[in-house]
Design a binder for this molecule. Structure first.
Ligand code: HEC
Length: 121
């Protein structure tokens, strides 16, 4: 009986840990693109010009995090994870004011490099 309780408890803990380590995206890729990347006046454009406020940078950290949680409609997941993780890391570096963060962001935020592999035609 004690063994059963332990097993059940272990399973419950595992389930909880599983939830904590793989959260579900609350925004789709399309939503992130529309909210943060689309157009000349986008948050992304502002951030790339170095004109993002602290709040803008925080928003970008959140949006890029959402990208990492998504699965791309095209291309393989490993490539997607590399690109989105780099982008998210660059947003965090900008928000933290790290030296070199602007360059890190510029190379990670390459629209075409990502779209050519992951955006459906
Ligand atoms: C890390 C990858 C990645 C980067 C970087 C990226 N995009 Fe996207 N974008 C995507 C994917 C994937 C889609 C397709 C989403 C779908 O159809 O589900 C997309 C779709 C879009 C769309 C269409 C949204 C819609 O409503 O269907 C626009 C507009 C867009 N991106 C703009 C941009 C711009 C501008 C940049 C650069 C400043 C950029 N994206 C950078 C991955 C990326």
């Amino acid at each position: 009986m004690k063994h059963l309780v332990n097993t059940t408890l272990a399973a419950a803990i595992l389930a909880l840990v599983g939830c904590a380590t793989s959260p579900k995206a609350s925004k789709t890729i399309e939503q992130v693109m529309e909210e943060g990347f689309e157009g000349k006046q986008s948050l992304c454009a502002k951030v790339s010009k170095g004109e993002g406020s602290a709040k803008d940078l925080e928003t970008m950290v959140g949006l890029t995090y959402q990208l990492t949680l998504n699965t791309p409609p095209r291309g393989d997941l490993q490539s997607w994870t590399e690109k989105t993780t780099a982008l998210h890391a660059a947003a965090k570096a900008l928000a933290a004011g790290n030296p070199g963060a602007a360059d890190q962001w510029k190379s990670a935020v390459n629209c075409k490099a990502c779209h050519s592999v992951h955006k459906p035609n």
